[in-house]
Design a protein around this ligand. Structure first.
Ligand SMILES: O=C[C@H](O)COP(=O)(O)O
Ligand SMILES: CC(=O)C(=O)O
Length: 213
């Protein structure tokens, strides 16, 4: 199976107004979530490495739901970049951007949303070539007002705000010229996943797909 992608990170963000940030207890649940997202009209998933099942879940989605553009989230170490890409992730996401992680992402030549919460972090990423990045934790770090102000001095950067973004405030972010998409966990609630309630996830994905446009 080939996991190669010619998509840039900005192109991936532009595929859906919302990139669902997903935590799964099992590979089986991951496949069902991914299928429900696709049915709802969301063709992207960020599967976080926050559970023991995460790498197996990435392998399973890559094999069984090839239509979804699959990313690995909560990637915090260089080793996890390698593991995620080998398992089938086509992009990686991190809450931050330490130098060793930046090096690993460049070595792997994989699209990435690395985290930045300050203008210095944003400039460090831009200076190494990334124009699209995660703004995390978005609401706690200053929200949409903060990002709107960043655009003055840093007009070439595009962001995926994540952290406290939800169905109520997502449109405020998506209205900004420097927001390519938002990330959030509200489309895939843990309670729905635990209950196997794929219809709810499909419905929430359908609502999210309509945001921003
Ligand atoms: O850790 C935060 C998640 O990545 C997404 O945040 P959220 O649950 O506030 O949407
Ligand atoms: C914050 C986020 O999206 C992540 O854990 O990768």
């Amino acid at each position: 199976m080939s996991t190669a992608t010619t998509l840039t990170m900005e192109e991936i963000c532009r595929m859906s107004p919302v990139v669902p940030v997903v935590k799964v207890p099992s590979a089986e649940a991951a496949v069902s979530v991914a299928k429900a997202l696709v049915r709802g009209g969301v063709p992207v998933i960020e599967l976080t490495l926050r559970t023991p099942a995460a790498i197996e879940a990435i392998r399973a989605i890559a094999a069984e739901v090839p239509d979804i553009v699959l990313g690995a989230g909560t990637v915090t170490t260089p080793e996890q970049v390698t593991l995620a890409v080998e398992a089938g992730a086509r992009f990686v996401v991190s809450p931050g951007s330490p130098a060793d992680l930046q090096d690993a992402v460049l070595d792997a030549n994989v699209p990435a949303l690395l985290g930045a919460a300050t203008t210095t972090e944003m400039m460090q990423l831009a200076n190494r070539g990334w124009r699209t990045m995660k703004f995390f934790p978005a609401e706690a770090a200053g929200g949409a007002t903060y990002l709107a102000n960043v655009r003055g001095p840093l007009p070439d950067l595009q962001f995926c705000p994540t952290g406290g973004v939800n169905r109520k405030n997502a449109a405020d972010y998506l209205a900004l010229a420097n927001v390519a998409c938002v990330g959030g966990s509200w489309i895939t609630p843990e309670a729905a996943i635990d209950a196997g309630d794929w219809a709810t996830i499909e419905r929430l994905a359908g609502e999210a797909a309509q945001l921003g446009g």
